[in-house]
Design a protein around this ligand. Structure first.
Ligand code: HH2
Length: 290
């Protein structure tokens, strides 16, 4: 996906002087977890060479962005110390930024890790705590002019799955994202730097996740593009009664549903397969808009 040097369109993501266009069709964000314990690819890419090779393979398969994380956020997971997160992450981020043609996003909630990743060339910070974990995060992103993903989560990864509860999940997630967007702007992050994410699977049960997919269109009025991460997640396993390794087709269906609901960025493990899903869903969306 081409990038240009300035961001004029509200339908672009401004990230460190690049304008990543979000109106030419949904973008695929390929997932790279350099962790021993991520829920689906944990342990596969701990070796930096294997990690970089996987990132490059995803670019080859059509990933528009690469999202690199070094701390699992699977339900029940424990946090990782800052030094360890940096040790796992930075060599891989540096090398992927050097070699890949696409912008690199880093999945972290720690400002110190984000700063190091931005120094290594990352363009986007994907903060699943939406700036609530580390009070310095917003400032780090603002100073770098980086892209920022603000995601909704009820609770923390350690506890979020135990008793998720909402009166109206769509309304509450929407209100949360509006409030976090204001908080980001208050510390100097521009609207054009922000992507919003309802946080599928983060403190939500099956009904909550389905309701969010059903209500996705209502998030458009927040005024920023929506990122959705459904790939291989537990709610798909619940519907299908299938383990993680057998959720490809379920993921395809969920990705298509998210695109029909207006999602602009899809965070996925299986880039090659989801490329086709995106193309078909986008062709349909274009037709519907005629
Ligand atoms: N999901 C995961 C991690 N980070 N970031 C955003 N913005 N949205 C998501 O839906 C999202 C995310 C969980 O998936 P994964 O990275 O595969 O697993 P783990 O957290 O176990 O590393």
């Amino acid at each position: 996906m081409p990038t240009s040097n300035t961001a004029q369109s509200p339908e672009a993501l401004r990230a460190r002087g690049r304008a990543i266009p979000l109106d030419a069709g949904p973008l695929l964000m390929g997932i790279l977890n350099v962790t021993p314990d991520s829920f689906s690819d944990g342990g596969l890419y701990l070796d930096p060479e294997a990690a970089v090779a996987h990132a490059m393979a995803m670019v080859e398969q059509g990933a528009d962005l690469i999202d690199i994380g070094a701390e699992s956020s699977r339900p029940g997971s424990d946090p990782v110390g800052e030094e360890e997160e940096i040790r796992r992450l930075i060599p891989v981020v540096s090398e992927v930024c050097r070699r890949a043609s696409v912008p690199v996003s880093v999945d972290t909630t720690k400002a110190g890790v984000a700063r190091r990743a931005l120094d290594a060339g990352a363009a986007i910070i994907n903060d699943i705590s939406a700036l609530r974990s580390d009070p310095r995060m917003g400032q780090v992103v603002a100073e770098a002019g980086a892209g920022l993903v603000l995601m909704h989560m009820q609770g923390t990864p350690k506890t979020m799955h135990l008793a998720p509860s909402y009166r109206d999940v769509v309304a509450e997630v929407r209100q949360f994202l509006a409030e976090r967007m204001r908080a980001a702007q208050d510390v100097g992050v521009c609207q054009e730097q922000i992507l919003l994410d309802p946080g599928i699977g983060f403190g939500k049960n099956l009904e909550h996740n389905l309701s969010l997919l059903e209500g996705l269109e209502s998030f458009a009025s927040l005024g920023r593009p929506i990122l959705v991460g459904v790939s291989r997640k537990a709610f798909i396993g619940q519907v299908l009664d299938r383990p993680i390794g057998e959720r490809l087709m379920g993921t395809a269906a969920a990705v298509a549903i998210a695109i029909l609901g207006g999602a602009r960025v899809l965070r996925v493990h299986d880039v090659a397969q989801m490329r086709d899903v995106v193309k078909v869903a986008h062709a349909f969306m274009r037709r519907r808009a005629q």
